[in-house]
Ligand binder design. Structure first.
Ligand code: TYM
Length: 344
């Protein structure tokens, strides 16, 4: 018998997370991030988690709603193709090492450095910085802890997370330099084409669960007929020719991006196919493709949600895999920082 590590154990890791702050994933989440998670399971050792600690940084949601949304996230991940026998799917709040490492990293983060995070600036601007929580301020540092605990090679996310990943790399480098090499510097895995899916009604802003109007966002668990209607009513640009031009035709370019991602046809191919036809044809056929995609996704999710015990079992298994890795990294960190280990 050989004691060489199995192929799976030798694989580099991949890690990412999503906040349970909505009843449904939207197309930005799916096309910008989760689709890549599904693909990376083939080549990497995957860790995917529900960022419920992050979900309380913008005010306190109703506890029952938060719990329900966390479970919905698990069901949607599985429905999207994350395989729980291959990927650890877990809740951030069930792995205490995340909050523990975050504390150590907070003590290595400059106040000014945290203040420069554009998401903090945007989110705190709404009600004024004075009423933003300290948790919102340190949000990116918790995110760095989420990542560094698992020493992943890649972190597949949308463009809006890039600055947080840069902070993560800075903090990893700083810790490694001050103490001893402990963390791997993770690479962002951001696909150019789908890095920023835009709002259907305001195609200069990203599709977002907090900022988009109902007409601007495709929610994957919505009634497929409603989603089809939203596509048909999407804001388009002046002119009538279907062409990819982010600057002058952001609405049509966004629809082409979504169409291409859902059907695996290239944007060039789609532009050729709609040459001489109008926006109406493109929208109608994209609406059909959206219905064809979300209908089975929604059915699978609803069936999974009927089996609460099954979802909790997935989380239990995921937690076990996550804790095993996270605790080891945290022990290294505590040792290097100089904390005395607890006696046995
Ligand atoms: P969250 O919950 O806002 O979004 C989950 C993922 O969806 C991506 N995304 C988009 N991609 C393209 N176009 C859009 N319009 C769009 N909207 C959202 C996000 O970039 C993200 O990848 N801070 C994270 C959660 C998190 C995390 C982490 C991620 C916590 N810890 C550690 C990676 C690693 C967030 O709020 O994602």
């Amino acid at each position: 018998m050989s004691d060489a590590p199995s192929a799976a154990a030798r694989r580099p890791r991949v890690l990412s997370g999503i906040q349970p702050t909505a009843d449904s994933f939207h197309f930005g989440n799916y096309l910008g991030a989760i689709r890549q998670w599904v693909g990376l399971q083939e080549t990497h050792e995957p860790f995917f988690f529900i960022a419920d600690l992050h979900a309380i940084t913008m005010g306190q949601p109703d506890p029952a709603v938060l719990r329900e949304r966390s479970r919905r996230c698990v069901a949607q991940l599985v429905a999207a193709g994350i395989d729980p026998s291959r990927s650890a799917i877990f809740l951030q709040s069930q792995v205490p090492a995340h909050a523990e490492l975050a504390w150590v990293l907070q003590c290595l983060t400059g106040f000014g450095e945290a203040r420069r995070m554009t998401q903090f600036k945007d989110k705190s601007a709404k009600d004024g910085e004075g009423s933003a929580s300290v948790g919102l301020f340190t949000y990116p540092v918790l995110m760095a802890a989420d990542i560094l605990l698992y020493r992943p090679e890649f972190v597949p996310v949308g463009e809006d997370q890039r600055q947080h990943l840069e902070l993560t790399r800075d903090l990893a480098g700083r810790f490694n330099h001050r103490y001893k090499k402990t963390f791997r510097l993770p690479e962002p895995y951001i696909l150019r084409q789908t890095a920023k899916i835009l709002d259907l009604q305001e195609p200069t802003a990203k599709m977002s669960k907090s900022a988009s109007s109902p007409g601007g966002i495709i929610e994957m668990l919505d009634d497929p007929r409603v989603s089809a209607k939203k596509i048909r009513s999407a804001v388009t640009d002046s002119g009538s020719d279907v062409r990819y031009d982010e600057e002058h035709k952001p609405g049509i370019s966004n629809l082409l991006t979504i169409f291409s991602a859902l059907t695996d046809r290239s944007v060039d191919d789609l532009v050729k196919a709609y040459d001489g036809r109008g926006y109406g044809d493109l929208k109608r056929e994209l609406a059909d493709a959206v219905v064809g995609f979300v209908t089975p996704f929604r059915d699978r999710t609803l069936a999974l949600l009927d089996d609460r015990a099954g979802l909790d079992a997935i989380l239990g298994e995921g937690r076990e895999k996550a804790v095993a890795v996270a605790e080891r990294t945290l022990a290294d960190v505590y040792d290097r920082v100089g904390f005395v280990p607890a006696g046995r």
